[in-house]
Design a protein around this ligand. Structure first.
Ligand code: 13P
Length: 340
């Protein structure tokens, strides 16, 4: 493990006002999003779409890193340039999703466990050789009756920590992503309590597995009321609840927090990040940034719709979201920019 290079890469991923673009949808998730827009679900169409993303002009101005999927990290542009080379030439750091997805947690109906530890050490060596400099692993938690269970939290936390330790051994920065899902009728307060519990378990496990906190980035959910909760919260309320929760459990040695968007609308995800930076930036020990997938990609995917002729418009839509999130990172986002 090269501590110096791990910390250097972590700092580069958290550089000034940049953020991380997640484009690591598994083949089945990518196909589902394509199917919803009647886009053909073939390897070549997925490749074209990912090429569109990484060749977006000036993307490197606002994006520090992109998270790829196993299929994508091995692909090339139409001109025969490897995606990894195209990404690094744009001044962006390539990363890779290394979990292999979620499965039902035996004995706990309705709960999930993330898989992918078998053979991970060898896969990480290969990904590093392919050019990845950071990795991601996502665990998910549902709020419901007696959920998440202690068993679900501890099993997933343990696996996240083992993954992170293996990443650092392979000189890859670990993005640790415990996601408390938005689906449900739970309140903001319930989401806060569960998120705090989950993060507590995760940091206990990271400590036990001797993970270098300066060489990892936490990728949590924001604290939000469930999508079916009758009482929805205002932007500042979400910002306050999220920061209050994170301050309880995230050690100051962690370099940065990069939020997932979790199904929020692109504008709302940006507004929430902005409010957190406006209200708290000067008082926080960590950088606060974004690692959105849907909240950056969705408008671009819709604009593209699988048609070559729409490429430029889709790239403009992608850049627009990346730019607005960059502004939110500085606490300078204005919702009026959405209609510009
Ligand atoms: P969303 O921003 O769409 O939630 O995705 C983030 C991510 O990386 C999911 O693992």
């Amino acid at each position: 493990m090269n501590i110096k290079s791990l910390i250097q890469t972590t700092k580069a991923l958290l550089a000034f006002d940049k953020g991380i673009l997640a484009m690591d949808e598994s083949t089945s998730t990518c196909n589902k999003r394509f199917a919803a827009l009647s886009i053909p679900q073939t390897e070549e169409v997925r490749r074209s779409y990912r090429e569109l993303i990484i060749t977006t002009p000036r993307l490197g101005d606002c994006i520090s890193g992109v998270i790829l999927f196993d299929e994508t990290i091995r692909q090339q542009t139409r001109d025969g340039v490897s995606f990894v080379k195209a990404i690094t030439s744009a001044g962006i750091i390539p990363g890779i999703k290394v979990d292999t997805g979620v499965k039902d947690l035996a004995g706990y109906p309705g709960e999930k466990i993330t898989e992918g530890l078998d053979g991970l050490r060898e896969r990480l060596i290969e990904y590093h050789q392919l050019g990845a400099r950071f990795a991601k692993w996502r665990a998910v938690f549902t709020i419901g009756d007696n959920m998440p269970s202690r068993s679900c939290m501890e099993s997933n936390a343990n696996d996240l920590a083992r993954y992170a330790a293996l990443c650092q051994e392979a000189d890859l920065v670990a993005i640790v992503e415990p996601e408390v899902l938005m689906e449900g009728a739970h309140t903001l307060e319930q989401c806060s309590a569960v998120t705090e519990d989950v993060l507590h378990c995760v940091f206990d496990a990271l400590y036990a597995q001797r993970v270098l906190l300066e060489g990892m980035i936490l990728k949590p959910n924001m604290v939000l009321p469930g999508t079916d909760c009758p009482t929805q919260s205002g932007i500042n309320e979400v910002a306050d609840a999220t920061i209050t929760c994170l301050l309880q459990v995230v050690p100051a040695a962690v370099s940065g927090i990069a939020f997932l968007s979790g199904g929020q609308s692109p504008e709302l995800a940006t507004a929430h990040l902005n409010a957190m930076n406006v209200r708290y930036m000067d008082r926080l020990p960590w950088e606060l940034t974004f690692s959105f997938a849907r909240a950056i990609q969705q408008p671009a995917l819709r604009a593209w719709a699988g048609l070559e002729a729409n490429t430029e418009g889709a790239q403009q839509a992608l850049y627009h979201r990346a730019r607005n999130n960059q502004a939110a990172r500085r606490g300078e986002y204005r919702s009026s920019s959405e209609s510009a």
